[in-house]
Write a new protein. Structure first.
Length: 416
């Protein structure tokens, strides 16, 4: 065992100080190759400045060695000196073996600085210099994927997949699956998720697989993958809404509701989970629970339109007009103005025989719903009851413009 190996062994066994002392002694009389190895070891151990000192010395001796510039740039990046790193990398010539590595590092640095176009140029330059280099294909594919250019990323990632054995610890199939899924090519995505997950079990990929299966309507597969994700990482909050929807689509309402309850424990401020659970409660013939869940959301966030509209629709359906009117008045008190809320309020006032106020509310929103057949019909009947025959006729004629087949409205107009 040589001195370097002894130092490494001491460090690995926990005698870090002893190992570092041996490295410092060895460094004093080491040749250039050994110094480079010591610098790499310092870097691995997190002693970046010690490593940088050695590399700077070697650069003085080998000013044309691109690999040293690249190594020094990596060290500068670790020291949060990105601009200095860029300057060094730009020194590496196109005919230097380290040129490709330099372009990849430059692309990462420019991306960090939100200079995506410059980063893309560096990657394309590298691809031009080495069109068959797998790491470059992967780099371009990953770059476009992260930027949201999913269609552009696919050919590069496909090229990298065919030589993925050259990319240890990089799971290209899963990235390609993400690209296919995000671009709406779900069947291709499913194929690569299945292949990739056999080689590497990844929470994000499991979610992507389950979500994509849900998108194509394969609820059994979606449930299988999202359940596997829940077992692997129960804190992965995004899984719960889709797993619940998949259960619901399969008619498993209790499983769906239990999934939403689990999701609420993981992400207690996710209002959509409470709303979905509320809707499921109505579907399960448990309106008390449904109303309770929706009112909880509204109490915390009165501006949640979906929660308000869902509860309002339920109260209207059950003819709970006093509660509906109270809800709409609360919305006004909160400063939440919406034409649909005013419609609900008008309906509740009408059903409570407060025709004058109801008329005021209908008048406020009649322009907003002039193309809504349900509104025109409801308002028309109200106007008839209120004694405004001509206005009622106008509304019913508009209904016929949209639905000329409505014989009941034709008959009504004939009898007015």
């Amino acid at each position: 065992m040589n001195v370097l190996e002894k130092a490494i062994s001491a460090i690995e066994s926990g005698s870090v100080e002893q190992g570092l002392e041996q490295l410092e002694k060895l460094e004093k009389n080491a040749d250039h190759q050994l110094k480079h190895e010591i610098a790499e070891l310092y870097h691995e151990l997190g002693h970046v400045e010690k490593s940088k000192k050695i590399i700077d010395e070697l650069l003085m001796l080998y000013p044309d060695e691109g690999s040293l510039y690249a190594f020094a740039a990596e060290l500068l990046i670790d020291m949060d000196q990105e601009d200095e790193a860029i300057e060094l990398l730009l020194e590496i010539k196109e005919n230097d073996p380290a040129f490709l590595q330099a372009q990849l590092l430059l692309a990462d640095l420019y991306q960090m600085q939100s200079l995506d176009e410059v980063a893309e140029q560096k990657l394309l330059l590298a691809a031009k210099a080495a069109p068959n280099e797998t790491i470059i294909s992967y780099g371009l594919g990953e770059f476009y994927l992260e930027r949201g250019d999913y269609i552009k990323s696919i050919p590069y990632l496909k090229k990298a997949v065919h030589a993925s054995d050259r990319l240890p610890n990089i799971h290209v199939e899963l990235l390609l699956a993400d690209a296919y899924s995000a671009s709406g090519q779900f069947e291709d995505a499913l194929k690569y998720y299945e292949t990739g997950l056999k080689n590497h079990l990844d929470p994000n990929a499991l979610f992507g697989y389950g979500f994509t299966a849900y998108q194509v309507g394969d609820m059994i597969l979606a449930i299988e993958q999202l359940e596997a994700l829940m077992a692997l990482d129960p804190d992965y909050s995004s899984l719960y809404p889709y797993l619940a929807k998949a259960y619901e689509a399969e008619g498993k309402l209790e499983d769906a509701f239990e999934t939403l309850e689990k999701g609420m424990k993981v992400d207690e401020f996710n209002e959509s989970l409470y709303i979905h659970a509320g809707k499921l409660s109505f579907k399960k013939q448990n309106p008390v629970e449904g109303e309770k869940l929706l009112r909880k959301v509204i109490a915390l966030n009165p501006s949640n339109i979906e929660a308000v509209q869902t509860l309002a629709a339920y109260l209207k359906h059950t003819e709970s007009y006093e509660e509906l009117l109270e809800l709409m008045e609360h919305m006004r008190d909160y400063g939440e103005e919406d034409s649909l809320y005013t419609w609900y309020e008008a309906t509740a006032l009408k059903e409570q025989d407060d025709y004058e106020k109801a008329y005021e509310r209908y008048q406020e929103i009649k322009e907003s719903f002039q193309d809504d057949v349900d509104f025109l019909e409801e308002y028309g009947y109200f106007l008839l009851e209120y004694g405004l025959r001509d206005q009622a006729i106008t509304n019913f004629k508009k209904v016929l413009e949209f639905q000329p087949e409505r014989g009941d409205i034709v008959e009504l107009l004939e009898n007015i």
